[in-house]
Design a protein around this ligand. Structure first.
Ligand code: NOJ
Length: 568
C-alpha cells in the first residue's frame, strides 16, 4: 500500500483530512513536564507547549506526541494516571489543552496523546474504592487481586518481578486493618494493573478514546499495548518456568506467556478501531509493544491499532549490516501488515542516541547494563564517552532514518544534539527504576532533563523558576538560541532535513543500491532521492548526484566516515 500524494502537494486542509497522514509523518515526542515551563514552577506545562508552537512549526514536524499530561502523583513520570479524562492541574486545565490543540492544528501539526491502559495509578478512584471494599467485591474486580500463599497469606501469589525491579505484587491492608490480599503491578507499586477481562474497564476506555478524539486528538500512542490481557489461572508459573524472567515478552513467540503479548489482547484493539473509525479522518494509534519481532505485525493490523513501534534500530549498533538487515525486514513486515514502518532512535525511556553512539564501539547494545537488558535504563559512564563522535553518528543515523519510508519518531532535544545527563545526584532522581533497584540501575532521568532554550539564565530559558531535574552547566551550549540561524548547528540540520523530507517523500518503496563498500549503505526512493551513509571511519567517494544535504561536512566529492548525505 502506498501513500500516493506527496506531502508537498497537499495543501493545509487536504493534509488535515488525509486519512493517510500518519503513514510517513515525522512525529516529535514531547515529554510535557520537561519541555517548557510557562509559570515558573519548575515543571513544564501545557501553556508552555502552546507558546512553542512556532518553534515546532519551524522545525517542520508533522505531528506531536505528548507523553502523559493527566493528573498524576508522578510515581512514574505521569505513567501513573489518576484520571484519564483530565489534565494534571500542575500542567494546566482542559481549556489550556483545547487552546494548545487549536494552536497545533492551526500550524498544521497533528496531536497524538499517550494513553496508559495497562495500569492506573494507586490514587485513581477505582483503586481507592478497591482498597475500601471487601475481597471479591466488584471494586476489587477492576484490578488483579489475589490471596497470598503461606499460612497467613504472607507470601506473594507468585515470584514475578516488576519491570522496575522488586516484586510484581504488593500486599494491602484490608478495611478492617488486617494484612490482606495482594495486587499485581507489572511496573511500580503505584501502578496497579487493571483487569481487562472486566467489561466495565473496556467500556470506560472506549469512553476515554472518544473524550479525547472529540477534543481534537488525532491519534494515540498506546502504552504497554501488549500486556492488557492476562491468564492468571492457578497455579501461576514461576519465574524460572517462564524462562528466568518475567519482565519481557521477547522470548515468547506463541502467545503463551501469562501476561505479555497474549492473542486475546487484539480483541480489545478491534473495539478501539471501531471507535477510531467513527471519526474523519479516522483516529490513528501506534502500539508500544516490546514483543517478539514475528508478532509485531498483529499490533499494526489495520483492523487493530494500525501501527506499532519498531525498536530495532534503537537497539542496534551503529553498523551498516545491522541497519540494512533491520530496515529490510521491517519494511517487509510493514507491507505484510498493511501498516507503514516506524523508526526511532531516542525516547523518554532510553539513553539519548547522541550519547549511546559516543560510547565505546558506538552502539545501542554497548550501553546495556550487565544483565543484557539494562540498555533501556543504563546511565552513560562519562569517562568512556566521545561526545563529538556520538553526535556525528547520531546525526548520520537520523538523516538516514528521515530518508526511510514510514514514520520517524523524534524525541525532544535530539534536534539540539542533546546528550544524556549522566550525573544527576541520587537525591534528585525521580525514576522509580532507580529506587526499586536500589540504585543498581540509575534509571531514565538523564534523558528527561528540561530542555535548554537559552544559553544562560534561570533554567536555561526552560522557565522563570528552576528545573524539576537539575540541568548541567554544559546545557547552555546546546540551547535553541545558540543554534537558531547558526549554520551547521544540529537544529538547523534537523530543520533542513525535515523540510526536504516533506518535499521529497512520495510512495513508500525503497531500493538498495550496491556500493562495493561493506560499511556504506545507499538506497533510492521514488523520484530519484537517495541516501548514502558511511558507517566506517575512512572517506569514500560519493556516488553521482546533486548533494541536497548532509549530516556533517563533506570533503569535496568524498563522504567522510560517520556521515550521511542525501543526493538526487
Ligand atoms: C512505557 C513508558 O514509555 C514508560 O515510560 C513507562 O514507565 C512504562 N511504559 C509504564 O507505563
Amino acid at each position: 500500500m502506498s501513500n500516493t500524494a506527496t506531502l508537498a502537494t497537499l495543501s493545509g486542509s487536504d493534509l488535515a483530512a488525509d486519512p493517510n497522514w500518519w503513514r510517513q509523518a515525522a512525529v516529535y515526542q514531547i515529554y510535557p513536564r520537561s519541555f517548557s515551563d510557562s509559570n515558573g514552577d519548575g515543571l513544564g506545562d501545557i501553556k508552555g507547549i502552546t507558546a512553542k508552537v512556532p518553534y515546532l512549526k519551524d522545525l517542520g514536524i508533522d505531528a506531536v506526541w505528548l507523553s502523559p499530561f493527566y493528573p498524576s502523583a508522578l510515581a512514574d513520570g505521569g505513567y501513573d494516571v489518576d484520571d484519564y479524562r483530565d489534565v494534571d492541574p500542575k500542567l494546566g486545565t482542559l481549556a489550556d489543552f483545547d487552546e494548545m490543540s487549536a494552536a497545533l492544528h492551526a500550524a498544521g501539526i497533528k496531536l497524538i496523546a499517550d494513553i496508559v491502559p495497562n495500569h492506573s495509578s494507586d490514587r485513581h478512584v477505582w483503586f481507592q474504592e478497591a482498597l475500601a471494599s471487601p475481597r471479591g467485591s466488584d471494586a476489587r474486580e477492576r484490578y488483579i487481586f489475589r490471596d497470598g500463599k503461606g499460612e497467613h497469606g504472607e507470601i506473594p501469589p507468585s515470584d514475578w518481578e516488576s519491570v522496575f525491579g522488586g516484586p510484581a505484587w504488593e500486599r494491602i491492608t484490608e478495611p478492617d486493618g488486617t494484612p490482606g490480599q495482594w495486587y499485581m503491578h507489572i511496573f511500580a507499586k503505584e501502578q496497579p494493573d487493571l483487569n481487562w477481562s472486566n467489561r466495565e474497564i473496556r467500556d470506560d476506555f472506549l469512553k476515554t478514546l472518544r473524550f479525547w478524539s472529540d477534543r481534537g486528538v488525532d491519534g494515540f500512542r498506546v502504552d504497554v499495548a501488549h500486556a492488557l490481557t492476562k491468564d492468571l489461572t492457578e497455579p501461576l508459573l514461576s519465574r524460572l518456568e517462564l524462562g528466568g524472567t518475567s519482565d519481557g515478552a521477547d522470548g515468547f513467540d506463541d502467545g503463551s506467556h501469562p501476561f505479555w503479548d497474549r492473542d486475546e489482547v487484539h480483541e480489545i484493539y478491534v473495539e478501539w478501531r471501531e471507535v477510531f473509525n467513527e471519526y474523519t479522518p479516522p483516529r490513528t494509534a501506534v502500539a508500544e509493544a516490546w514483543v517478539h519481532a514475528s508478532r509485531r505485525a498483529r499490533y499494526a493490523s489495520p483492523a487493530g491499532l494500525g501501527q506499532a513501534f519498531n525498536f530495532d534500530l534503537l537497539q542496534a549498533d551503529f553498523a551498516a549490516d545491522e541497519f540494512r538487515e533491520i530496515i529490510t525486514r521491517n519494511l517487509a513486515e510493514a507491507t505484510e501488515s498493511g501498516a507503514s514502518s516506524t523508526w526511532v532512535f531516542s525516547n523518554h525511556d532510553v539513553v539519548r542516541h547522541a550519547t549511546r553512539y559516543g560510547l565505546p564501539q558506538g552502539g545501542g547494545r554497548h550501553a546495556k547494563g550487565q544483565d543484557g537488558k539494562g540498555w533501556l535504563l543504563a546511565g552513560a559512564p562519562a569517562e568512556d564517552l566521545d561526545v563529538e563522535l556520538g553526535l556525528r553518528r547520531a546525526r548520520a543515523a537520523t538523516l538516514l532514518m528521515l530518508a526511510l519510508p514510514g514514520s520517524a519518531y523524534l524525541y525532544q532535544g535530539e534536534e539540539l544534539g542533546l546528550q544524556e545527563v549522566g550525573d544527576i545526584p541520587d537525591a534528585e532522581r525521580q525514576d522509580p527504576t532507580f529506587f526499586r533497584n536500589k540504585g543498581v540501575e540509575i534509571g531514565r532521568d538523564g534523558c528527561r532533563v528540561p530542555l535548554p532554550w537559552a544559553t544562560d539564565g534561570t533554567s536555561f530559558g526552560f522557565g522563570d523558576g528552576g528545573a524539576h531535574l537539575p540541568q548541567p552547566a554544559w546545557f547552555g551550549r546546546y540551547a535553541v538560541t545558540a543554534q537558531d540561524g547558526t549554520e551547521g548547528s544540529t537544529l538547523e540540520f534537523y530543520r533542513k532535513a525535515l523540510k526536504l523530507r516533506r518535499e521529497l517523500q512520495t510512495s513508500e518503496e525503497l531500493e538498495w543500491l550496491e556500493t562495493g563498500h561493506a560499511g556504506v549503505l545507499h538506497f533510492r526512493r521514488h523520484g530519484g532521492w537517495q541516501s548514502v551513509t558511511n558507517f566506517g571511519h575512512d572517506a569514500v567517494e560519493l556516488p553521482a548526484g546533486e548533494v541536497l544535504t548532509s549530516s556533517g561536512p563533506l570533503d569535496g566529492r568524498l563522504l567522510p566516515g560517520n556521515t550521511t548525505v542525501w543526493l538526487r
